[in-house]
Design a protein around this ligand. Structure first.
Ligand SMILES: Nc1nc2c(ncn2[C@@H]2O[C@H](COP(=O)(O)OP(=O)(O)OP(=O)(O)O)[C@@H](O)[C@H]2O)c(=O)[nH]1
Ligand SMILES: [Mg+2]
Ligand SMILES: [Zn+2]
Length: 311
């Protein structure tokens, strides 16, 4: 029997089987992603084949090829990777500009990964109700406009007041959508607002660190009454990229890629080369400093010394 993986607890999975039943499954066999070590061989969103033993225990025995996925380094210094979810129609990156503050490096690392794996990404700026003074509002508009200019869809919402939620709901219909982001940005709160019967656990923001408390611990997918699925995920701190070749990183920054066509050298890394059109555009403010800084930080991920074992 085939089905859709809708929950991953780390040790077992819930598969929504094609007969409509939800079956708790373990893994049988060795699923590997072209030589990349992953902490979770099976991810939420995977289409799988399951078999149920006579004793009632069910196993995932095969994974169908993935249309796409979002993957990140499991932790800062790890060589292992973690597949956040697979077979996505859209990845919503939930960010906040206050309580907590999402860094632009985090945003750009996520967006670059979505580009690399061909997942359409939407920036969801939540908690706009907290932006009360003019300066905060102007900053929010500047962030939204930066990403819109690059070509991303950006929604400014408040799960608390309901602002922007209708526009969000429209984008979710009949699609499999991922909600990802730092802890405390309101992923579960937004999903609760969309699906009031769900009552997912939400957490407060630490007064001391102004960060979330890692309330959601498992990835889980929920059906929408109007059609489609949304995936709630645990908050993540950093977003280490994996497996990028240093010459392909610019491809994942659409505005940098476009300008790089005018670089003097074909293998330009846009760091020091003479005749680099990207460096010129940076000087002329056609490319934003924060985006370029994120590009450099991902370039540094490809430095083999960065992840060398400390002995
Ligand atoms: N003011 C305001 N607070 C919000 C909004 N959305 C969520 N919050 C609050 O932010 C806190 C964190 O919300 P969660 O939904 O638990 O955040 P999360 O992203 O699911 O966090 P993790 O599960 O830890 O990754 C809670 O106290 C929510 O009430 C919003 O739009 N405005
Ligand atoms: Mg949560
Ligand atoms: Zn260049």
């Amino acid at each position: 029997m085939d089905g859709l993986v809708i929950k991953n607890t780390g040790s077992w999975y819930v598969v929504h089987a094609d007969n409509g039943e939800d079956v708790n499954c373990k893994i049988k066999g060795n699923f590997r992603l072209k030589g990349i070590r992953t902490t979770n061989p099976v991810a939420v969103g995977d289409r799988v084949t399951i078999s149920v033993n006579p004793d009632g225990n069910a196993f995932i025995t095969a994974i169908q090829p993935r249309k796409n996925y979002i993957i990140r380094r499991a932790s800062n210094l790890s060589k292992e990777s973690h597949i956040i979810a697979a077979n996505l129609d859209c990845a919503f990156l939930v960010v906040t500009l206050a309580h907590p503050v999402t860094s632009t490096t985090f945003i750009d690392r996520f967006l670059a990964t979505a580009e690399a794996y061909r997942v359409p990404a939407v920036l969801l700026i939540n908690k706009v109700d907290l932006l009360t003074d003019d300066e905060d509002k102007e900053y929010c508009e500047a962030v939204a406009s930066l990403y819109r200019t690059i070509g991303y869809d950006v929604l400014e919402i408040s799960a608390l007041t309901g602002e922007g939620m209708t526009e969000l709901r429209e984008r979710l219909k009949d699609k499999i959508s991922l909600f990802s982001g730092n802890s405390g940005v309101g992923k579960s709160t937004i999903i609760n607002a969309l699906l009031p019967d769900l009552d997912l656990r939400t957490g407060s923001i630490s007064d001391m660190h102004d960060t979330g408390m890692h309330t959601t611990t498992f990835s889980e997918m929920f059906p929408l009454p109007e059609g489609g699925w949304i995936i709630d995920t645990p908050g993540i701190k950093g977003f280490g990229t994996i497996d990028f070749d240093k010459h392909e990183i610019a491809h994942f920054f659409p505005e940098i890629f476009k300008i790089s066509a005018d670089c003097k050298y074909g293998n330009c890394t846009h760091t020091h080369e003479p005749g680099c059109a990207v460096l010129k555009a940076l000087d002329d403010h056609y490319i934003s400093q924060s985006r370029y800084a994120s590009y450099l930080s991902i370039l540094d991920d490809t430095n083999p010394d960065k992840y060398r074992k400390p002995f």
